[in-house]
Design a protein around this ligand. Structure first.
Ligand SMILES: Nc1ncnc2c1ncn2[C@@H]1O[C@H](COP(=O)(O)OP(=O)(O)O)[C@@H](O)[C@H]1O
Ligand SMILES: [Mg+2]
Length: 415
């Protein structure tokens, strides 16, 4: 086999995917590069694991960006306040690929020295930042605007990405206002804000009384199309001398509602069990699916054990069982899933959807789904009804898309 080829070309545990193994996103890549070149800030929204972060890395990797911009990627998912934000910004800045080029490194060093801050140890391999709290040493601290200022003064324009940007809304500080005042003044630097909570990002960027109102072009990243994914998988299998039934790809796509991570995870396994010269068929796919479900056993057990009460568990089982669950407080539903009363179901729903658990999501008024389709399948498998889930995945997919795409009915005026 060609030694430059990866052993398994389906990538799941990284967002740095070589272009040859990156599926589609051609239009999105082109559009976003166009917005950047035209000087817009951008906000990218999509549910978790659809491929936002990978798309950004992919864009950074294109020659028209890589060769002309300083790019910085900052994931603020785990941050809780402005100080965490600053630390993460600093860490990513000092470790960014462009900051490792010797000329830039020197430039950053002298810039930071000019701020008259104790730099700690700065070696050939970059800044050696000791962890705060070890001994008496305090890592050098730059303010957010000092870091932003470096980008403003650099000889190349910059793109700074804040991934999971909605996180700033949980900070005790009024972070949106603080950032907005910096960002507004920056000329050499454009921003991409990215996040999984469409609801929160819409609130931050589309409300006229919010600091970020109208400050970025909005991109709703959809799932990859079935035809693009089918072509992608087929050509990878073929490239390794394997064949795959189209039916198996379509089944995977519908079953996971186009969730990139889950599809790639299953295809990775499917690819690995298919020997060169052999055909990957539905029987083999279903076996892979079973192992994929089983491999998450410990995690999902743990998740269920974190639930407070039987009410919460049964509400979870109800959503999982229904798939797309509506009318949870109807008498029939409460009876079937052994749910107590409407208000306890309501409480359970709030917890399941809340910041702590994030197990379920409300997709429309009174309509709920689990966030993780694999968890739904795991519950079905442990409940002895997985066959039901596997019987009509396309119908389920179509139903879900219809709900996602629908807007409240528009009443036309009288002509
Ligand atoms: N276009 C793509 N082609 C191939 N794999 C992808 C693509 N987009 C995402 N992935 C895979 O799916 C997983 C989830 O994508 P990620 O970018 O982390 O999603 P998000 O940032 O939206 O949560 C990644 O681990 C990556 O390997
Ligand atoms: Mg991400």
């Amino acid at each position: 086999m060609d030694s430059s080829k990866p052993l398994n070309p389906f990538f799941t545990d990284t967002t740095d995917i070589p272009d040859e193994y990156f599926c589609d996103r051609k239009k999105e890549t082109q559009d976003i590069i166009g917005y950047i070149v035209n000087g817009s800030n951008i906000v990218i929204k999509a549910p978790r694991r659809i491929g936002k972060s990978s798309l950004i890395k992919h864009i950074f990797n294109q020659a028209s960006i890589r060769d002309y911009y300083n790019t910085l990627y900052v994931d603020i998912y785990g941050t809780k306040n402005a100080s965490d934000f600053r630390n993460e910004l600093q860490r990513c800045f000092l470790n960014a690929p462009f900051a490792q080029e010797s000329k830039t490194k020197k430039n950053i060093e002298s810039y930071l020295k000019s701020l008259q801050i104790d730099l700690g140890s700065y070696s050939e391999t970059g800044f050696n930042l000791p962890k705060i709290g070890i001994g008496n040493y305090q890592a050098p601290q730059y303010t957010i605007d000092e870091v932003f200022n470096w980008f403003e003064k650099a000889d190349k324009p910059a793109i700074i990405v804040f991934d999971e940007f909605q996180q700033i809304e949980y900070y005790p500080e009024r972070m949106a206002g603080i950032l907005r005042s910096y960002i507004q003044q920056m000329r050499n630097t454009k921003f991409i804000f990215c996040g999984s909570s469409k609801h929160m990002l819409n609130n931050m960027f589309s409300h006229y009384n919010k600091p970020f109102y109208n400050s970025a072009k909005s991109v709703d990243l959809d799932i990859i199309s079935l035809s693009a994914y089918t072509d992608f998988v087929t050509s990878i299998f073929t490239g390794y001398g394997k064949t795959i039934d189209i039916e198996a790809i379509e089944f995977t796509y519908y079953l996971f509602s186009g969730n990139t991570y889950l599809m790639q995870e299953l295809m990775k396994l499917f690819f690995s069990v298919t020997e060169s010269g052999k055909r990957a068929d539905m029987d083999s796919l279903l076996q892979c699916l079973t192992s994929m479900i089983d491999s998450k056993d410990a995690d999902y057990r743990d998740l269920i054990n974190r639930l407070n009460s039987k009410k919460e568990r049964n509400t979870l089982y109800c959503i999982a069982g229904e798939g797309i669950a509506r009318g949870l407080t109807s008498t029939a539903m409460m009876k079937r899933y052994d749910l107590d009363n409407a208000s306890s179901v309501q409480n359970a729903l709030e917890n399941l959807c809340g910041e702590n658990l994030k197990i379920a999501v409300r997709i429309a008024k009174g309509v709920y789904m689990l966030q993780d389709r694999l968890f739904e399948l795991w519950i079905a498998s442990r409940g002895g009804y997985l066959d039901l889930k596997l019987s009509h995945p396309k119908e389920r997919f179509d139903k879900e898309r219809k709900i996602m795409e629908s807007i409240p009915e528009i009443i036309p005026p009288k002509r």
